[in-house]
Ligand binder design. Structure first.
Ligand SMILES: Cc1cc2nc3c(=O)[nH]c(=O)nc-3n(C[C@H](O)[C@H](O)[C@H](O)COP(=O)(O)OP(=O)(O)OC[C@H]3O[C@@H](n4cnc5c(N)ncnc54)[C@H](O)[C@@H]3O)c2cc1C
Length: 444
């Protein structure tokens, strides 16, 4: 199958831009063989490679990445590795209790894996820290969502703490928020630092990683898969497709995956005066009480003290966006920032960027052996730091025939459900996104 579309990531991967340059991994050059080929070096692909290597250190594993490590969505997300249910299409993130308990179990397996990797590879607390997060509410409706979610957490037996406006101001320095809901189990990542370290870890253990090596054709001949890049081929009996929404570019899950760009901006480093004007804690991490609202994080580490703002979705069935989209998003982020931090008007946004998410209508993953020897661990439904990690672990365990509760979990999920015909889906999706954004009001 010819690969129809290659990744397009608008703007810089800001988290990666904060870090010193990393050594490049040469593009694939020539024809090689592997026991397992992993396509895509994000959370899913790198986790799959690490887990395969843990289970069988003698396995010859090759990873092909179209871009550089941490330049794709793995270095563009907000870094919340969330343990609890976080269904982006529900009003308060919750679903049915039984499936939420199962989902939490899976997310925690992923967080435990990431924590172990962070410890083994001495990543440091900037890359991975189990600090928890706050669901921040700026409106009475947002506050009501949080309270609904509390009753759900009580039923699940999950610890939490409700914060009032005074507590919220003490944490973030802004009086914008009415309340917050703290839950302790989320790990906060500097995503590019974590992902670079994960890549370093597998390379140290003998895995071959080639950057700037987009797979342009994948075909099956005599029980082997042949992946072609512009300058070589990899032949392997087993392939892990860890390309998230780009599974569809390989001709798989056609009209079952929804492609959406999501946007974020990061301020420049603040000076000491600005930091003391802001007040509050050194680091905090807020998801919005309305899933269409604004995620806000304060970071202090490599690159100084900065604020990261994330909101805005665009439907992108062709997996591209127009160039002027980032300018529009920068203005929208500026508004969200100014509303929250009116005293910081002089603090410019240094970076604005977008990244591709993959969702399915029924919130299901695109997981399993889709053709003999071709394994998909795609469609993370917007929560790939945890879900991609779990799917990468699961698919590695499945390939090596290891008994795996994660593989059982993913295999028991339905397939992504079919989308309506493109014209209806396109008009409907954009209308629903804009309507939901409007409804989010001051949570934006
Ligand atoms: C602004 C923003 C904020 C977000 N915030 C969060 C958050 O806080 N928490 C969270 O859990 N998730 C968040 N996400 C979503 C998260 O980034 C994704 O779910 C996650 O990156 C998916 O991981 P993955 O490894 O499955 O896929 P990806 O990270 O997309 O990795 C797939 C890789 O495959 C490569 N690839 C694609 N096609 C080919 C090809 N033909 N050949 C070779 N390589 C190929 C791509 O270059 C890419 O590097 C956010 C996303 C964005 C954009």
């Amino acid at each position: 199958m010819r690969v129809t579309t290659q990744p397009y990531d608008p703007g810089p991967a800001a988290w990666n831009a904060l870090l010193p340059d990393s050594p490049a991994h040469a593009p694939l050059d020539g024809d090689i063989t592997a026991d397992v080929l992993v396509i895509g070096a994000g959370f899913t692909g790198l986790t799959a490679a690490r887990r395969l290597n843990q289970l069988d250190p003698n396995l010859n594993i090759v990873v092909l990445e179209a871009r550089r490590v941490a330049e794709g969505p793995a270095g563009r997300n907000s870094g919340f590795m969330i343990d609890l249910p976080h269904n982006l299409s529900s009003k308060d993130y919750a679903g049915a209790k039984a499936s939420d308990l199962a989902q939490t179990h899976v997310n925690r397996a992923a967080i435990a894996f990431a924590e172990q990797a962070a410890n083994d590879l001495n990543m440091g607390t900037e890359a991975f820290a189990l600090t928890g997060k706050i669901n921040a509410a700026a409106t009475t409706k947002g506050d009501a969502h949080n309270r609904d979610y509390v009753s759900h957490l009580d039923a699940m037996g999950e610890p939490h703490e409700l914060l009032d406006a005074v507590n919220m101001r003490a944490i973030c320095g802004s009086s914008y928020y009415r309340s917050g809901l703290f839950t302790p189990g989320t790990a906060m990542l500097q995503p590019a630092l974590y992902i670079r370290n994960l890549a370093r870890g597998i390379i140290e253990r003998g895995v071959m990683l080639h950057e700037a090596s987009p797979v342009i054709d994948l075909s099956n001949l005599s029980d082997n898969w042949h992946a072609k890049t512009p300058s070589g081929t990899v032949t392997a009996p087993s392939v892990v497709l860890a390309t998230n929404g780009h599974a569809e570019s390989f001709g798989l899950f056609k009209r079952r995956l929804m492609h959406v760009y999501l946007y974020a901006s990061m301020t420049r480093a603040m000076c000491d005066n600005e930091v003391s004007t802001l007040g509050g804690r050194d680091r905090w991490a807020f998801t919005p009480a309305d899933p269409m609202g604004t995620t806000v994080r304060r970071i202090s580490g490599t690159g100084g003290t900065r604020i990261v703002v994330r909101n805005g979705f665009t439907w992108a069935p062709e997996r591209v966006v127009t160039v002027d989209r980032l300018a529009l998003m920068k203005r929208a982020h500026r508004r969200s920032f100014d509303n929250r931090f009116p005293a910081l008007k002089a603090v410019e946004m240094e970076h604005v960027w977008g990244g591709l998410l993959c969702l399915s209508r029924n919130n299901a993953p695109a997981y399993g052996e889709v053709q003999p020897g071709l394994f998909s661990a795609c469609c993370q439904n917007g929560l790939g730091t945890a879900m991609g990690t779990a799917a990468g672990m699961a698919i590695a365990e499945r390939i090596l025939g290891v008994s795996s509760h994660l593989d059982e979990h993913f295999s028991a999920q339905p397939a992504p459900s079919k989308l309506p015909p493109p014209v209806i889906a396109n008009i409907g999706a954009n209308a629903v996104l804009r309507w939901k954004e409007q409804r989010a009001g001051r949570e934006l």
